[in-house]
Design a protein around this ligand. Structure first.
Ligand code: GCV
Length: 713
């Protein structure tokens, strides 16, 4: 009894130190609140022993000590003796005993980043061994071990081997040098450029820890709409300071390269990638970067897209541009990620088709150290898109996945939308390019035998105390890392891990909120863009609905271009009768989407212009179904609110109230989306919103008249 009281006391002391403002993310390390489990863990973990080259294992050792001490509610010492309950960190290269314990075959499978966590007998003692071929693996192993405790798993007989499926696991920051963030909704950029390189904010270290804990191993620090100044000496010193912070956490820095930099900062007359002076300029610039940052990762490039300069300005191809940079990078083992998000400012071709048209003919022409980075879908991070037709179409080129964590089209940092189901839907899609060619297998390199592979998420991180604005935005960051490490994890597994670490292990909470999160993306699709509608948001800032908008300077920035509603029906005909974008998919995919009877309803209006009276599988008309979807979306947000209200007693008041308020705004905005869209589409369908539904309380003119000159973008 006395011991139990002591434990409860220790739990209170350790857990009272930090307020729950979300800053600690999923690395809270609060003392285990289950007394019997805590007692078991305390027996199983008594000390940390860090073999050999301690300096390089410092980050892992420190994290383990902080984490375990917090979780166990008492200081866990680092000591050289091995006793029962030691957590032993070490590289086999430094310890023949460790090598013997795990064996060469197991080690060979780990590569440079994989790890092993085994419960073993070491010198007659019960020990938890965390080992790997390289320090990076030990760091990942340490975080994995902490995750087991945070999620209250048994650590009795561990036999874990884990190896990342994807090599480059990156965040892409769209952060500008003046600290604004393109499509950022969580405050300013976390990079305080003005005070770098002299001032190292604790946030940089915590950012690195958080990323390392989920396996993220690289960060592109700056916006793809790039600024050439970044490549000048003054700025490279700032970048180098960040690289120094990230290095112990196995995170490389990458930069965005502005294609016209040789002209803008190099004073050359051209940026033509085949011009010898230009090539030399990039080579010298790259050598200079590596002087400051010896482990620099490489460049991410947006070229000839939305006004950015590129090789096409000189009648060269994307391959010419990428290869020039790749040649400069090659001596340093650096890489180039060349974005496929391109659409011409002149061609009036269906935007859906343009990336494929530009890139497919270039397959086989890129250097070995180039990846082509492709957004998950063909248009632009909509709540639902079919998979990008380039996946499966460029077998000779590693294609890197680009997802968007920041919710540009998904309610900013106000709406609770959990993105794992979106990510998984794309990864699980079968491209039918070959046998075993799901998007996941194309991206991880399995289908075509690429060793270079990558997955990136456009960051949702900013200077807000909780990093992501919406407390649940953290889950999308977390998920990107976990899925890039292991694309076979299910959405439910990831969400459960995140909830347990971020909030609590209480089962009733986890069950309820997990259900809510897993449903949230489909709910949002329903109240924003059901049945395959896309790109019908406000112009420029992308806030709220504006399906009526038709004043943009180019046709394919207008919502009316994408939904094509008229008196007959609604939707974009991308069959052979229309833009024929479907021809870009393999026959099996094309046939499924092309046939109205087999096209999944979720993608219907992506590919077909469908009459208002068309009978859906349910027997209801398209118009009725559209109404049902929009109304069910709003009803479901109300269900989310009720579910959340029931969670009040499980978590801290701060985060509970924050989410409650945000859900209330989400409900209002869902109603706005529903009313505005249905009232507008009704002007074409000429059909009533079924009387059983609450009717819009404003007119269409009211919604059309709303303006948001200061919405963030
Ligand atoms: C960085 C969309 C966004 C732009 C973004 C672009 C891109 O068009 O609205 O803000 O620019 O995608 O991915 O390059």
């Amino acid at each position: 009894m006395k011991q139990r009281l002591l434990i409860i006391f220790a739990v209170l002391i350790y857990n009272s130190v930090s307020a729950e403002d979300g800053y600690r993310l999923w690395l809270r390390y609060n003392t285990i609140d289950n007394p019997s489990l805590l007692q078991q863990y305390r027996q199983q973990i008594t000390s940390i022993n860090c073999q050999a080259d301690e300096a390089k294992l410092l980050a892992a050792k420190q994290e383990l000590q902080t984490g375990l001490s917090g979780l166990l509610g008492k200081k866990v010492p680092v000591q050289t003796a091995v006793i029962n309950g030691t957590v032993l960190l070490g590289l086999p290269a430094h310890s023949p005993v460790i090598r013997k314990l795990v064996g060469d075959t197991a080690l060979a499978r780990l590569g440079d980043e994989g790890f092993i966590i085994h419960t073993v007998k070491y010198e007659g003692k019960n020990v938890t061994l965390i080992t790997a071929n390289k320090e990076a693996g030990i760091l990942y192993g340490a975080f994995h071990f902490l995750r087991l405790l945070q999620t209250q798993q048994s650590i009795q007989q561990l036999s874990i081997t884990s190896v990342p499926k994807i090599k480059l696991r990156l965040l892409n920051h769209w952060d500008n040098l003046n600290r604004t963030v393109e499509r950022g909704y969580a405050g300013c950029s976390i990079w305080d450029w003005q005070r770098l390189p002299g001032y190292i904010d604790q946030r940089y270290i915590d950012y690195a820890r958080a990323n390392a804990s989920i396996g993220i191993n690289g960060a592109v620090l700056t916006n793809v709409n790039a600024n050439a100044i970044l490549l000048t000496e003054e700025w490279l010193q700032k970048v180098a300071a960040l690289a120094n912070v990230f290095r112990p956490y196995h995170i490389k820095v990458y930069l965005t390269a502005r294609f016209s930099a040789p002209v803008e900062i190099g004073k050359l007359k051209t940026a033509d990638p085949l011009n010898e002076e230009v090539r030399k300029w990039w080579k010298d610039k790259t050598d200079e970067i590596y002087k400051y940052i010896p482990d620099f990762g490489g460049f991410l490039v947006k070229a000839n897209s939305e006004g950015q300069p590129g090789p096409q300005n000189y009648n060269r191809t994307h391959a010419d541009g990428a290869n020039m940079l790749a040649d400069a990078m090659a001596p340093h083992d650096g890489i180039v990620m060349w974005r496929a998000f391109v659409y011409s400012s002149e061609t009036p071709e269906d935007r859906f088709k343009q990336a494929y048209n530009d890139f497919k003919p270039l397959d086989g022409q890129f250097r070995k150290n180039v990846l082509v980075q492709v957004k998950n879908g063909p248009i632009d991070f909509q709540p639902r898109e079919p998979f990008h037709p380039l996946f499966g179409a460029m077998p000779q080129t590693p294609l890197m996945m680009e997802y968007q964590l920041t919710q540009e089209y998904l309610g900013f940092a106000t709406h609770l939308v959990y993105l794992a189901p979106l990510f998984k839907e794309v990864l699980d899609a079968d491209t039918h390019a070959k046998n075993n060619s799901t998007v996941a297998q194309i991206v991880d390199g399995a289908t075509d035998g690429h060793t270079l592979s990558g997955m990136a998420g456009v960051s949702n991180i900013g200077s807000d105390i909780n990093w992501t604005g919406h407390p649940f935005g953290q889950a999308n960051w977390y998920t990107l890392g976990r899925l890039a490490w292991d694309n076979t994890l299910t959405s439910a597994q990831i969400v459960s891990e995140w909830l347990r670490q971020t909030f609590t292990n209480k089962q009733a909470f986890v069950d309820t909120v997990q259900q809510l999160m897993l449903a949230s993306r489909e709910i949002q699709v329903n109240y924003m863009t059901p049945l395959g509608l896309h790109h019908i948001m406000g112009y420029g800032h992308h806030y709220g609905p504006a399906p009526w908008y038709n004043k943009a300077p180019r046709a394919d920035w207008n919502p009316v271009y994408f939904h094509k509603a008229d008196s007959i029906g609604i939707g974009f005909d991308r069959t052979a009768r229309g833009s024929n974008a479907l021809a870009q998919y393999q026959p099996a995919v094309r046939q499924q989407f092309e046939n109205l009877a087999t096209c999944p309803e979720a993608f219907l209006l992506w590919f077909h212009h469908v009459p208002w009276d068309y009978k859906m599988h349910s027997g209801k008309t398209l118009w009725e179904t559209l109404c049902d979807k929009y109304y069910s979306g709003v009803d479901s947000v109300r269900w989310m609110q009720r579910s959340w209200d029931g969670m009040k007693n499980y978590i801290d008041a701060g985060r509970f109230n924050e989410v409650k308020q945000l859900l209330a705004i989400q409900e209002q905005e869902a109603v706005w989306w529903r009313n505005a869209c249905l009232l507008y589409f009704q002007t074409f369908s000429n059909k009533p919103i079924p009387a059983k539904y609450e009717q819009p309380d404003h007119t269409l003119a009211y919604y059309e008249g709303l303006e948001f000159p200061y919405a963030p973008h």
